[in-house]
Design a protein. Structure first.
Length: 165
C-alpha cells in the first residue's frame, strides 16, 4: 500500500462515512449469526452522528477515505464500553483494528478517567476474539445481546495508561 493509514479523532463530517463503513463491515458478522437486525446494521445515521458528537470516536483514514472506526464511552461504574470496531474488509489483517483500539483506550483512560475497558463480541466471532485477547482482554462472562445473539464479555484494566508519577 502506497499510502499510510492514519488514526485520528472522528469529526462530524465523518459520520456518514462511518455509517456506510459500519454497514459494510458488519454484513459478515450478521451472516455468521443469520441475524440482519444486529445493532450496527439497524443504527440510524442520526444516531451515529450523536455518538460522534458525544462519545470517544476514532477513525482510520487512507487518504480521504474512512477505512476503520471504533467507539467508546465511560459508563457510570468507571468502566469504558468500547464497541463497533470495524475495518474495511480489503484492509483487514494490517493491524488497523489494534491501532484503533489503542487510540480509544488511551483517550478513554487519559481524558475520561476510565478504570477498565469492556467490550462484547458474538460467541462465534473468532477474528475479534483473537484480536482482543492478543491486546490483553480477558473473558469475564457472557450476556445476551438485545438482538438475541449470545455475547462474550471481555475486560482489560486501564492501568497501563495511567501516567506514573
Amino acid at each position: 500500500m502506497g499510502m499510510s493509514v492514519t488514526i485520528s479523532v472522528a469529526t462530524e463530517q465523518d459520520a456518514e462515512q462511518i455509517f456506510r463503513l459500519q454497514y459494510l463491515c458488519f454484513q459478515s458478522e450478521a451472516a455468521l449469526y443469520g441475524n440482519y437486525r444486529i445493532d450496527p446494521l439497524v443504527q440510524s445515521l442520526d444516531s451515529v452522528r450523536q455518538e460522534v458528537a458525544a462519545d470517544c470516536v476514532f477513525v482510520a483514514r487512507l487518504g480521504e477515505e474512512v477505512v476503520g472506526s471504533v467507539r467508546g464511552r465511560v459508563t457510570e461504574d468507571g468502566s469504558a464500553a468500547i464497541g463497533k470496531l470495524c475495518v474495511h474488509p480489503r484492509l483487514q489483517g494490517h493491524g488497523i483494528g489494534a491501532r484503533l483500539l489503542r487510540a480509544a483506550e488511551s483517550a478513554l483512560a487519559e481524558e475520561r478517567g476510565a478504570k477498565r475497558f469492556r467490550l462484547h463480541t458474538g460467541h462465534r466471532s473468532e477474528g475479534n476474539l483473537r484480536l482482543y485477547r492478543r491486546v490483553g482482554y480477558e473473558t469475564v462472562g457472557t450476556s445476551e445481546g438485545a438482538d438475541g445473539v449470545p455475547m462474550i464479555v471481555l475486560e482489560k484494566p486501564a492501568e497501563a495508561y495511567v501516567a506514573t508519577a
